[in-house]
Write a protein that binds this ligand. Structure first.
Ligand code: FMN
Length: 343
């Protein structure tokens, strides 16, 4: 069985060799019963939403079923992967501990969530979807429908509120945003950056001006950023012209950064190829020697802030049946218009 097994829950020596078909049946039965299985390590693994690995040790060469991934505790919804010989049962449903012990030769392992388990992601992608918005029994949502009147004071107050809501909801890296730029061929490029300032002037992030994004924004000074907050079913996109911020603004942020981050900025020629990890580590060591602990680390001259001045801001709120709310505000001729878009 592959994966780093945390604990072997039940492994018995076969009293009679399993056949291929009885092995498949055994595994199907076991998978069916995992939600009611009393074994503490299995239950613990389930509650951590980790992977349960099942394998048949006897009867034919190789492991039949490699992993059953249970996305939420107590749910026998499963992803099965066959390995080597044997096919995989399509439907899974329940057994008890006693039933499990009736299958000699079947081993169970609770596998740590980060164990290397190849998963049939491609097959599952088309089936992956979540419904948005929390609806009560009466069909009402627990948050008000996004509407144009929420933008009566402009885009900034609502954007601030949504950012705060994302923080409060515990969204990881709530200030992370996907930054889109275009390269010299007019091809779009995206990557994640952190929003480090939000004001009436716009959205601010920091980077290396000589990086790919830095150079691209130098030649086409227009960007698009998207904040995606899936747990609260919201998204904001901001588009507009960009400009470098003043040395004072960069300096203030630079000196708020931990020493390691400042050294890292000196050590990395961002976006340029490097031969090995070892070379990168050596560059950091070198930066540490160059700027000893008691010495101020100056701002790297080609590093600084970029401000996106919003020309278009779109707020998106997830709703059932893909009937989402989209409100877009855009600036034209000095005034802002607000309109609802179809989802
Ligand atoms: C969560 C997250 C936050 C990031 N924040 C920044 C950032 O604020 N500034 C930055 O230059 N790169 C940041 N990066 C790295 C970029 O995504 C990217 O790899 C790097 O800037 C090089 O991009 P480029 O080659 O397109 O210029 C972040 C990556 C992640 C995943």
């Amino acid at each position: 069985m592959s994966g780093s097994a945390m604990s072997l829950v039940n492994a018995t020596t076969p009293s009679s060799p399993l056949t291929k078909s009885s092995g498949i049946a055994a595994l199907a039965d076991i998978a069916r019963g995992l939600s009611s299985f009393e074994c503490p390590p299995v239950r613990a693994a389930l509650s951590r939403r980790s992977t349960i690995a099942l394998g048949v040790h006897a009867g034919w060469a190789g492991t039949l079923v490699r992993a059953i991934d249970l996305p939420s505790p107590g749910i026998a919804r499963s992803r099965l992967q066959s390995e080597g010989t044997g096919s995989v049962p399509k439907t899974l449903a329940g057994v008890t501990g006693e039933q499990i012990s009736a299958y000699p030769g079947v081993a169970f392992s609770a596998v740590s969530p980060d164990a290397e388990q190849p998963k049939p992601v491609n097959k599952d992608l088309a089936a992956m979807r979540v419904g948005y918005g929390q609806q009560g029994a009466d069909g009402r949502y627990d948050d008000a429908d996004l509407d144009a009147d929420q933008l009566s004071d402009g885009w900034l107050p609502l954007m601030r509120r949504w950012l705060e809501d994302a923080v409060e909801a515990g969204v990881p890296e709530p200030n992370a945003m996907t930054l889109g730029t275009v390269d010299e061929h007019g091809h779009p490029c995206t990557r994640t950056v952190l929003c480090k300032g939000l004001s009436a002037d716009g959205v601010l992030f920091f980077t290396n001006y000589e990086s790919d994004k830095g150079r691209q924004l130098e030649s086409v000074p227009y960007a698009s950023v998207t904040f995606t907050w899936v747990p609260v079913a919201r998204q904001i996109t901001v588009r507009g012209p960009v400009e470098r911020v003043s040395a004072e603004v960069t300096d203030e942020y630079w000196h708020s950064r931990p020493r390691g981050s400042r050294l890292g900025a000196w050590a990395s020629e961002q976006s340029r190829p490097i031969a090995s990890r070892a070379e990168l580590d050596a560059a950091l060591l070198h930066a540490g020697e160059r700027f000893p602990v008691d010495v101020d680390i100056p701002v790297r001259p080609d590093w600084g802030g970029i401000l996106i001045r919003p020309a278009v801001v779109e707020f998106w709120q997830g709703r059932a049946n893909r009937m989402h709310n989209r409100i877009r505000t855009s600036q034209a001729g000095g005034s802002w218009t607000v309109e609802r878009l179809q989802p």
